[in-house]
Design a protein around this ligand. Structure first.
Ligand code: HEM
Length: 379
């Protein structure tokens, strides 16, 4: 991780992180995010076509949608991974998840150094090769953008974070811009893609809820109209459904922190120098805050129900200053996809409960095997 993201936001000490996060946050303001909705809409139209012909390997299908949308919004380039099935870059990235994932470290710890060396020789080189390929692929796009900028500088207060950094090349060298772009693309793709897979699978498990979502979408947007910013705030029930899906199946299940001074919580003290993990999945299914926690109930996200809970009972995007910078980007993108897909397809799944979905968790959570979720055109 450190090797790939060394110069990025993720690994900066607080004093550098603070200034950079503030700078980048301006590019995630509401007016800028609103201007991205056209890309979410256009790419979700492609997704609808893809789903008509290609109904398997859903992690790849939704990951490709997310990657195309992200790169188009941020550097103005669509790589058409949704339709270019020969490009296997995202699937190859899964090797990295395997390599960095729990299994490697758990086994490495149990059987000692020899197992680590064996794992590295078996999987490490492959992971390294994929990382370099991904890096080169994305860095190349930043260079293209840079060349465009040099020819024709854009003077605008509403720039994507890459363009905003390119505008301040005096403080952001090219290498840093490239690394940030790679971090953001990685942080956006699997998280959002996997969430979409889970949302549709849960909608497939609860057809009555799916029909209510369909009704709301058709009433507020229509069957064929392009999806625009103003539509998104009208999808109140759909939004509750999305939040409930991501409560039960968060694509990021834990975050870690290094404790820099003693912290007392209740009668326990966590001493300075400790690494701790906050288990998001556990918090989201804690019966103290979520009665009958395994029940799928979108009304938990009615405003009056939210008001009854402490704000940290739902930490899908983490919380505090180091939370997810892309949370609104992800939420808006997911809403557009749900609206466009549900008005075009009836979704079904054989699972009767989330317990039947065997999960595996590396950096992000997925099912162990191909997921059972099917899309049947409504027309
Ligand atoms: C459903 C989708 C997403 C989920 C569940 C998610 C979750 C998270 C979580 C839990 C963190 C905090 C990590 C920590 O506290 O250590 C985080 C950080 C981050 N996320 Fe997301 N994320 C999502 C989508 C996105 C998107 C779309 C982007 C980019 C547009 C993004 C960019 C980032 C970045 C750059 C950080 C690090 C922020 C920092 O250290 O200041 N994420 N995300």
């Amino acid at each position: 991780m450190r090797m790939v993201f060394k110069n990025s936001l993720l690994f900066q000490p607080v004093n550098i992180w603070k200034g950079r996060r503030k700078f980048i946050s301006k590019s995630f303001s509401q007016p800028i995010l609103n201007s991205f909705v056209q890309y979410f809409n256009e790419n979700s139209n492609v997704l609808v076509k893809v789903l008509r012909n290609f109904n398997h390997d859903l992690y790849s299908v939704f990951g490709r949608y997310t990657f195309d949308t992200f790169t188009e919004a941020i550097v103005g380039r669509n790589y058409h991974l949704q339709t270019d099935l020969n490009n296997k870059l995202l699937e190859e990235m899964d090797v990295i998840q395997h390599f960095l994932g729990c299994e490697y470290f758990v086994r490495g710890c149990c059987f000692g150094v020899l197992m680590r060396i064996k794992d590295f020789l078996c999987h490490g080189w492959h992971a390294l090769w994929v990382i370099l390929k991904f890096r080169r692929f994305l860095a190349d796009k930043v260079r293209c953008r840079m060349a465009e900028f040099d020819k024709c500088p854009v003077v605008d207060s509403q720039l994507s974070f890459v363009d905003a950094m390119l505008n301040r090349k005096d403080i952001f060298p090219r290498k840093i811009i490239e690394t940030e772009f790679i971090l953001f693309a990685s942080a956006a793709t699997d998280t959002t893609g996997n969430s979409l897979v889970f949302i549709f699978t849960l909608l497939g498990m609860y057809p009555e809820i799916q029909e209510k979502v369909f009704e709301e979408i058709v009433t507020n947007i229509g069957r064929d109209e392009p999806i625009e910013v103003d539509h998104l705030t009208k999808l109140k029930y759909t939004e509750r459904v999305i939040f409930e899906c991501m409560r039960l199946l968060p694509s990021v299940t834990e975050v870690s922190r290094y404790i820099s001074k003693d912290i007392k919580i209740g009668d326990k003290t966590f001493p300075k120098g400790t690494n701790i993990s906050i288990y998001i999945l556990g918090v989201h299914r804690n019966s103290k805050y979520w009665p009958n926690p395994d029940k799928f109930d979108p009304d938990r996200f009615l405003p009056e129900e939210i008001a009854k809970r402490p704000p940290y009972a739902y930490i899908l995007f983490s919380a505090g200053p180091r939370n997810c910078i892309g949370k609104m980007f992800a939420t808006m993108s997911i809403k557009v996809v749900v609206a466009n897909v549900i008005r075009n397809f009836r979704v079904s799944s054989k699972y009767r409960s989330i317990d039947e979905m065997e999960m595996r968790c590396y950096m992000t959570m997925r099912t162990k095997h191909d997921i059972d979720c099917h899309f049947t055109p409504r027309d």
